[in-house]
Design a protein around this ligand. Structure first.
Ligand code: PT1
Length: 281
């Protein structure tokens, strides 16, 4: 399976690693705020050196309870980073649900729109359809401000499946070729621990949608709940999550810890590709 995104065509016969590049304010001084463009660009180069196949650039956190950021603020954060990373050699993804950020990020050269709202905002489908970028359509119940208040499902795997099926159809209807689309169950987005675990266990079900699967579990609270680890000590749990995801059919994993994930996934793909011909190695 290939994923066509802007200037790139990603071969998904082995799982790919998407490195997370957060662009956030760095410090306050003299009432003036300094957005760390250079720091984000340096981190992006480091992630590519670690083996990242894709870089995901985000200017607004969508983790539970995070503060929303204005359109201008988000643009001020992400556009200079996108421009600074042009030509880095791997596809650039913009993590946004705002159509205007999508439009300007595409003009600035991104290859992928990663939308936690699955292109449901007005004009989002049209903006992506009018370009040649790839897209990630993610499931979320509720909105980041309140999504963890009281998530409810009868059957979480089935409901996520049905939602993604509907958004995949809407995107294709709008003129986005299927080869440009990836789907994401949205771990941690309006889901309790039990919902997240059921989704991971049942991930293979989503393969029936016949589109690449993107998974984001890196350092998430569900892993803290299970492993009892603080947010900055979730590497081992995150690696377990990436390995399980890949073995259940994930094609792209979105992570903070690129080098460790690349190594762990090499083991997965060696096993999945060559179960009967180990003498080749
Ligand atoms: C994701 C994702 C994302 N996650 C995609 N984009 C985040 N496609 C941002 C927690 O419970 O999974 N897929 N963009 C980050 N969101 C969260 C959500 C971070 C929950 C942390 C938690 O700790």
């Amino acid at each position: 399976m290939n994923f066509i995104c802007g200037k790139f065509q990603l071969d998904l016969s082995a799982p790919k690693v998407m490195g997370i590049v957060n662009v956030t304010p760095d410090s306050f001084s003299d009432g003036g705020r300094f957005i760390s463009t250079d720091k984000a660009i340096a981190h992006a180069h480091d992630l590519v050196a670690q083996g990242a196949d894709i870089l995901d650039i985000g200017g607004e956190s969508t983790r539970p309870g995070a503060m929303p950021v204005s359109l201008d603020e988000e643009l001020n954060r992400v556009i200079p980073v996108i421009e600074g990373l042009a030509g880095i050699g791997v596809p650039l993804s913009i993590d946004t649900y705002k159509p205007e950020v999508m439009r300007l990020a595409i003009l600035a050269g991104v290859d992928i729109v990663n939308d936690v709202c699955a292109l449901q905002e007005t004009q989002a489908l049209e903006i992506v359809a009018a370009s040649d970028v790839g897209v990630c359509l993610m499931h979320m119940q509720g909105r980041p401000q309140n999504m963890q208040e009281d998530p409810q499902y009868q059957d979480v795997v089935l409901e996520v499946y049905d939602f993604l099926k509907g958004r995949l159809a809407a995107a294709e209807q709008a003129g986005i070729a299927k080869a440009r689309i990836t789907l994401d169950p949205g771990f941690g987005f309006g889901k309790r621990t039990a919902h997240n675990l059921a989704l991971l266990e049942g991930l293979s079900t989503l393969q029936k949608l016949d589109a690449p699967l993107l998974i984001g579990l890196s350092r998430k609270s569900v892993l803290g709940q299970v492993a009892g680890a603080d947010v900055n000590e979730r590497l081992y749990a995150s690696l377990a999550a990436s390995v399980i995801s890949a073995m259940k059919g994930a094609n792209i994993v979105r992570v903070h810890d690129v080098k460790a994930t690349v190594e762990a996934l090499k083991v997965v793909s060696a096993v999945m590709r060559h179960p009967l011909s180990l003498k080749e190695i």
